[in-house]
Design a protein around this ligand. Sequence first.
Ligand SMILES: Nc1ncnc2c1ncn2[C@@H]1O[C@H](COP(=O)(O)OP(=O)(O)OP(=O)(O)O)[C@@H](O)[C@H]1O
Ligand SMILES: [Mg+2]
Length: 454
Amino acid sequence: MIGSAERYTILLVDDDQAHRTMLKVNLAAEGYAVNELTDGDEVLPYLKDHEADLILLDMKMTRMDGLITLSVLLQAGFDIPVIVLTAFSSVESAVEAMKKGAYDYNSKPVDIEELKILIERALSFRSLSDENKLLKSRLKEEFSFANIIGKSPAMQRMFSTLTMVAPTDATVLITGESGTGKELIANALHQHSQRRDRPFVKLNCAALHENLLESELFGHEAGAFTGASGRRKGRFELANKGTLFLDEIGDMSLQTQAKILRVIQEGEFERLGGSETIKVDVRLLAATHKNLEEMIEEGTFRQDLYFRLSVVPVALPPLSERATDIPELANYFLSRFAEKNRKGIKDFHPEALNLLMQYEWPGNIRELENTIERGVILCLTEQITPQDLPPHLLSDEVRELQESNSQDGFTLRDMEREVIRSTLEKTGHNKSQAAKQLGVARQTLLNKIKEYGL
Ligand SMILES: Nc1ncnc2c1ncn2[C@@H]1O[C@H](COP(=O)(O)OP(=O)(O)OP(=O)(O)O)[C@@H](O)[C@H]1O
Ligand SMILES: [Mg+2]
């Protein structure tokens, strides 16, 4: 018996009134709410503004039979379990219905005890799959950040760290090679924090000389140094109540490091040339592509500052260590740049994707992004082919050939001819296969063969 707290609604669709009444009485006695419809064509309109947890569907009805109703339901995207009621003689239509996606069937005259068990099973199956869906959508929410792609285990681990640490005020030190997404992550941390409506201020510490950097960080009073005409607020002040992202923190002098350490420890500082002590409430994020531990050993980075910054260390893996993310990243950039350049490019030729997956990507995601942008601009068809990719992505063989010949005035035409020749050789002169490997139409290949006299 189903408790009233989990009262399920059953939609009963049958053109035989006596049969409907019999079922309704029995099912209502079990605690189900039962609604009735007299033919298949009423189901879809009904479901537009009514809920149902399960449908009991008669097969033979006058206006729209059960099979067609089932198809209509599926096409409309409903995934309500359906139990079909078939005449005892027509096993065929039961099989058909199961193939179409019915949950189960019961033959008429209905064995009410058996039907009750079927219903219960269908409903428990449904609540389980609902729960799974809910769980999945929650996982998705938690481990995905807008515009950050990464299904690889390494990235998923990182997302779970980000999820936990983003809402806190903890200082996060983001490390990783150039182009691995350090700035993107810093942005995401701020966006997912309580401070998201407050300023997000960034400063690239590598871009400025020591004095200028300090004046940018802490601000200055009029006349603090030559050229300092008026009073100016520094980034720490501008970031008050928000987040300050110090990029390339490894490129900071020991003197500036000491001043940063003081702000972290005491939450206060003075503007350059000023005596007033300024208090700020700033969450600090820092990033570097340098190995700070090595720098500590060399004596070029303060260990105490390092400990303060790396409360939560986030190390971004190089792209070559998460090659499984490449297809999704490539497609993401493809759709972005295709839209930007108003080009109807749909996807990658498998060979082009293969090249992308095999390449080492020393410049990481930024290099991939630039490569796809270039490919989109060069691409003349609906598909990015190997020809739209930079030559250094081609296989080692071809690249070596290119390099060894470059001094001798090896032209692009020579290269193309060489690639075609070696592909033909590899495929045993199977032109269709060679064309496929080269990512061109067979006719294009035939033209080239003629052109180069191969
Ligand atoms: N996981 C990702 N998903 C989508 N785009 C990404 C991802 N990681 C990085 N990018 C994109 O790659 C480019 C480089 O990222 P970002 O500038 O954050 O790297 P970085 O580590 O700060 O590099 P650098 O050390 O050179 O400053 C950006 O355009 C960024 O949007
Ligand atoms: Mg950066």
